[in-house]
Design a protein around this ligand. Structure first.
Ligand code: ADP
Ligand code: MG
Length: 356
């Protein structure tokens, strides 16, 4: 059963430098006033460069790091659950991490790894667990004899399939997928993405799909939210985000996407984002993106960008962006996408052969 997921004014702060000799302690706001909705059965893609707060947001939504604000998964009010409600929450919402090696116990056989959540959540009596383990392996496209193996005897793609099987073992309605294919070979990535797309449909799941690579995220997402320095700077249906984005940062990400047609690729203009993500300990004043913003430069460095934090506002049908100059962006020749990449239901699998 899928669940609608709603986040309102979510904020996560970390203390930094505390206890380190010679370092002043301070606070870092990793997630800053984030609100979003994922309709039941849909995938929201969350993109942004490393350090923008994506993992912290995903973890805060499952109460794996402390946060303020409000999170609702189906009927459950996550942040106000008493401690004894946490096990029920884990039965409803699970997370899959980037590195399956780090998240699977190396001393347990795959069968035991998959049987453990069934025991913890008291889902099945011991005698029925082996059959469910075989069923889970089958669901993620693995042979049942892999139950006898240890994680190090599997390929990276197989390990990530096991991590996915463990996440769905408890019949959750919502999954946070935190860069689930980033550690895999490119040839294996598409197979695992297709598995995730199929499982969502078969099991009626709702996904938050976190990734740093828009080229990956766009293939699996109904909507996409772009995160920058702890804030959502744009949110739109995947198609609109790629063809008519309303934030100069998004435009930079879209501009870096490979274009299939070599002629278009040769002549198109590219926006290169210079510099690094600023530290969230000392965020720039005004719009956090302005020191790297090509539109800010193009418009002659308007003062407003240095003094006012832009709020996320509606800029089109079903589309929001946090830029003072979204309208000017739409009018800029650099503000438009060179062609209209279409969203595919399935990712083309580049290499023939067995599942990874
Ligand atoms: P992303 O997943 O987008 O790469 P993260 O959510 O991991 O970003 O990190 C966002 C910011 O929060 C980064 O500046 C990171 O250094 C900081 N951060 C993450 N976890 C902690 C923590 N436990 N303590 C202090 N700072 C943290
Ligand atoms: Mg991360």
């Amino acid at each position: 059963m899928s669940a609608t997921v709603e986040v309102e004014h979510l904020r996560v702060t970390f203390r930094t430098g505390a206890g380190l000799p010679g370092r002043r302690s301070g606070t870092l706001t990793a997630v800053n006033d984030v609100s979003l909705t994922i309709p039941a059965g849909q995938t929201l893609g969350l993109v942004g460069e490393s350090g923008s707060g994506k993992s912290t947001l995903g973890q805060a939504m499952l109460r794996l790091v402390p946060a303020t604000g409000r999170v609702r998964i189906g009927e459950r009010d996550v942040l106000s659950l008493p401690r004894r409600g946490l096990r029920q929450l884990r039965g409803e919402a699970q997370i899959v991490f980037q590195d399956p090696y780090g998240s699977l116990n190396p001393r347990q056989r795959i069968g035991a790894i998959l049987a453990e959540p069934l025991a913890v959540h008291r889902l099945l009596p011991p005698r029925d667990r082996p059959a469910r383990v075989r069923e889970l392996l089958d669901l993620v496209g693995l042979r049942s004899d892999l139950a006898q193996r240890y994680p190090h005897q599997l390929s990276g793609g197989q390990r990530q399939r096991v991590a996915i099987a463990r996440a769905i073992a408890v019949n959750p309605s919502f999954l946070v997928l935190d860069e689930p294919v980033s550690a895999l070979d490119v040839s294996i990535q598409a197979q695992v993405l297709n598995l995730l797309v199929d499982l969502r449909a078969r099991l009626g799941l709702t996904y938050l799909f976190v990734g740093h690579d828009l080229a990956v995220v766009r293939h699996v997402s109904d909507r996409i939210a772009v995160m920058y320095l702890g804030r959502i700077v744009e949110e739109a249906p995947a198609g609109a985000l790629l063809t008519a984005c309303a934030h100069p940062y998004t435009r930079g990400l879209v501009s870096a996407l490979p274009v299939a047609d070599p002629e278009t690729e040769r002549v198109r203009e590219r926006i290169v984002l210079t510099g690094d993500l600023p530290s969230p300990i000392t965020p720039p004043p005004g719009c956090g993106f302005h020191p790297r913003c090509w539109l800010y430069t193009q418009l002659g460095q308007p003062e407003r960008c240095r003094t006012d934090q832009p709020v996320l506002r509606v800029v089109g049908p079903d589309q929001s962006a946090a830029c003072h100059f979204s309208r000017e962006l739409a009018a800029s020749p650099l503000g438009r996408a060179p062609d209209a990449p279409t969203r595919r239901r399935h990712v083309p699998v580049p290499v023939e052969g067995s599942s990874g």
